[in-house]
Design a protein around this ligand. Sequence first.
Ligand SMILES: [Ca+2]
Ligand SMILES: [Ca+2]
Ligand SMILES: [Ca+2]
Ligand SMILES: [Ca+2]
Length: 305
Amino acid sequence: MDLNGDGNIDLLAAGYIGCGYIFYGNEDGSLKKPEIICNKKGEKIMLGSYWDDDKKKWIDYRKGFSNLTMMKAIDWDEDGDYDLILSSHPHGRPHEGVGIQLVINEGTKNNPVFSTVQKMVINTPYHVANAFTDWDGDGLWDIIATVGEYKEATGIFWYKNKGTKGAPKFDKAQTIFSKEGFDKATAMNLYGAYVSAADYNNDGKVDLIIGTSASKDIPLNLTESQIKRRDELKKELDKYNTKRNKIFEKYTKKYKNDSEKAYNEAQQDKTMLKMIKKFRPLYKEYSKLLPHPTKLCPVYVSLKK
Ligand SMILES: [Ca+2]
Ligand SMILES: [Ca+2]
Ligand SMILES: [Ca+2]
Ligand SMILES: [Ca+2]
């Protein structure tokens, strides 16, 4: 993708701290140092929230406990310049107002200037990653999106573009892979799944390239007493999680309009701090009794038939 239209390929990436980066390309294919992508007011273009390592707290942005997982460029309005699409990660807890968002380029092909308005394109609190491709070959590009870890909502979905050129509009999600379907096809799961679309085998039909952060578990040969201990620990940890969620709920109710404050105050709650101290060693012990994942992070290609 060539964001500044100078003929050199650039690299656009989402960052853990909630904003996106652009690495402008040189003529020899090397990349310049990354720059944070900002809007026309000079503010970072962000989505979700993130853990600030320096401040040691959650910074909430657009009200959601999530990171920006993907920043992609597509000419949304077909005016010849690239616009931005942002998606985020739900961390197992869905939040309204995150979804897939659009930022229009108000500049030109060679001088991108991004709007201060972030517009919701697909309003669902679950998405992790998305790709653009004309999935049904009707001449309009569509959105393929993954939900990498949210219970029954997990899967890979197709959002058909039922708008017109320059004014995309999307139909409701249609399932390409359900959670079970993907598990069956690959013996893996969709945890943290990313998706890309390309014609992998050059047969004229677009295929999906799917990367997951889950790896195959190697089961441990546990003794009976280890299995007993593992199950005891699991019960203890479940109790902890229930209590922990109650504390979060209490603060969420207290600070209805400020989830950043709610989350950070809950982390400082006296009962919470005590629990964390008590349960940290238990969790460490428990994790040693769980199957070990392999170091492979598999990438799949799903060929379109
Ligand atoms: Ca470029
Ligand atoms: Ca455009
Ligand atoms: Ca289409
Ligand atoms: Ca193909």
